[in-house]
Design a protein around this ligand. Structure first.
Ligand code: SAM
Length: 231
């Protein structure tokens, strides 16, 4: 059976590239975005009652990881990228039908748009469906996942004085918790597990409209060097 789906909305996210997006939602509470609802769901009727809900499940398309040929096995970054697992044992982006799911905080419901935080979604992600989080059914106290039992341990993020000053300035301009966003995302250590970073190697990523640059003075320490508006 084949069935086509049509997005109900598009996410406008702080994350402009895949690199440095947390691997799951809620790891960076300062990661915010707006889900713009598309017609006919941009009318108040479609979200009536949603203001009674603190979190929603988003079902979405990994639109920048779609592939023709399905993979049976994948190498999840969480396992260091060198161990393969059955695709259905993982939350890898490369999967049949390219469908992702994230539970995110619903900050506000406005006509035609939902304000979200704690997202792990790339800018432009098409959303296929939205469902309310149901605490008594969705939260399982004794659930086990031996591959990913706890959130990854955050690493130490330090700032150069100038980068911290720049981040505060851009936070004011954007009216966004940019310092927290940078700290929470970099604390997840975005570099691929197999990369041993030389201290002089500079990494970079774009959050909102600013380019963040950092290096690793020691293997488990990040130092933010610069937060500059993209030209
Ligand atoms: N929480 C979701 C799930 O379990 O289905 C996503 C998990 S997946 C491991 C998270 C990664 O997906 C992020 O680190 C980001 O790099 C990537 N990602 C997010 N939005 C994407 C998109 N629209 N297309 C491709 N990759 C995306």
């Amino acid at each position: 059976m084949q069935h086509s789906v049509t997005p109900v909305g598009i996410v406008h996210s702080c994350f402009k590239e895949k690199f440095a997006i947390p691997r799951q939602p809620r790891l960076a509470p300062a990661a915010r975005g707006v889900l713009e609802l598309l017609p006919p769901f941009d009318q108040g009727d479609a979200v009536q009652g949603l203001e009674q809900v603190s979190h929603v499940w988003l079902l979405f398309l990994f639109h920048q990881a779609l592939e023709e040929k399905p993979r049976l096995k994948v190498r999840p970054p969480r396992l260091g990228g060198n161990k393969s697992m059955g695709v259905f044992a993982t939350r890898a982006t490369h999967r049949p039908n390219g469908i992702g799911q994230s539970v995110v905080r619903l900050e506000a419901v406005e006509p035609g748009r939902l304000l979200l935080s704690g997202i792990d979604l790339l800018d432009g992600t098409p959303v296929l469906d939205i469902k309310p989080y149901v605490p008594y059914a969705d939260s399982i106290d004794n659930a086990i996942n031996q591959m990913a039992s706890d959130a990854p341990l955050p690493i130490n993020v330090q700032w150069s004085d100038s980068a911290l000053h720049q981040a505060h300035e851009h936070a004011l301009r954007l009216a966004e918790p940019l310092v927290e966003l940078i700290e929470q995302c970099l604390a997840q250590d975005p570099r691929p597990a197999y990369q041993v970073p030389a201290p002089e190697r500079v990494y970079g990523v774009k959050f909102w409209d600013v380019q963040v640059r950092w290096h690793y003075p020691q293997p488990e320490v990040i130092r933010v060097l610069e937060v500059a508006r993209e030209a």
